[in-house]
Design a binder for this molecule. Sequence first.
Ligand code: C5P
Length: 411
Amino acid sequence: MNIVLGITGGIAAYKAPDLVRRLRERGAEVQIVMTASAEEFVTETALQAVSGRPIRSNLWDKEAEAAMSHIELARWADVVLIAPATAEVMARIVSGAAPDLLTTICLATEAPIALAPAMNHVMWNNPATQSNREILEKRGIHILGPGTGSQACGETGAGRMLEPETIAAAVFELGVGKGEGLLEGSTVVVTAGPTREPIDPVRYITNRSSGKMGYAIARAAAAQGANVVLISGPVSISAPPGVEVHPVNTAQEMFDATHQHIANADIFIAAAAVADYRPAAVEKQKIKKKHETSRIDLVRCPDILASVAALPRPPFTVGFAAETEKVEDYARLKLSAKKLNMIIANQVGDDLGFDHDDNAASVLWNNGRKDFPKAAKSDLARDLVELIAEHFHASRGADTEPRLTVISNKD
Ligand code: C5P
């Protein structure tokens, strides 16, 4: 993969040599394009040594332009990555201004563009920056991060550049969607995150779910070349690159959004922690504390997963079973009761499952199973998607046979 790596003037530029090494370890050719202010934070000498190519920075450098003009560079790139990306470069790309080599390449390239923002948290949260982020995302530019934590300025908040390893992995996921993925040409619908069932205007019932697993699954499916539609409950993580996200709040909204998109789906993966019950009535005004005890009548929410599996021509349907006990027994019951192709069972509690970065899982299907040991959710998601893709293709290969028979014949 040919990567144009743009480095702009933020303190996180000191991590750029490490990022170059991570990209090159994965086999990428990296051409660095620095802005003038980036040179304040990292030296050309270091970057040239790790990239093995002369650094480009000046749009008017006749010698460099003669060797490879800015237009040729824009065509050469399979991906243009800017890391760190300052608020300034985001604003320039939004406006279409191209006063330097890097922004000129951004205008002239047809390759995917990815930005890893890095700035003080107040700058990141500034409405101007947030509006620029929104515009860039709408234009299909991938925003990687930023992360949250302590910042070079001594404050804490959102705005830290993601770690070089995370950025490199994300960039390679963008690159796979070029005809090499296991799910090329397939449409995958994923549900993720919790739902919120309102009690009154200020209160709701919800589930403990960060959405991390569902988002990792969506990202991994996109990396395998699938068109991914992500129906997401309220979460605080950003959309995976290239994935179409539909935000919802309640189980009913998640049900409606899923059924709006399911007709074209080849695979449905239900990773959301959907509320099983919602208040029978939503109070119009905030409930006051008049009595010592109180009661809320609940009614069942629609089961999205079961409803998709019960469609006349269902997609390949995969559910999750997050359980605190008898994990496999409950998961097998759900596999058959909901008529699923596969179920991903995981123990929740202690340091696994909800809101953690790691997870372990067992995947069960009729007459078969595969165990995945504890791993980062991103790695687990990649392995799960590979297994799902393999079984999906096997079921498709077996033509018009009923799905569940196909699975049991194969396995
Ligand atoms: O029945 P249970 O809630 O334990 O099943 C879990 C699986 O069903 C998960 O895949 C979850 O996303 C899905 N589910 C759903 N709609 C519901 C409840 C659960 O899609 N109302």
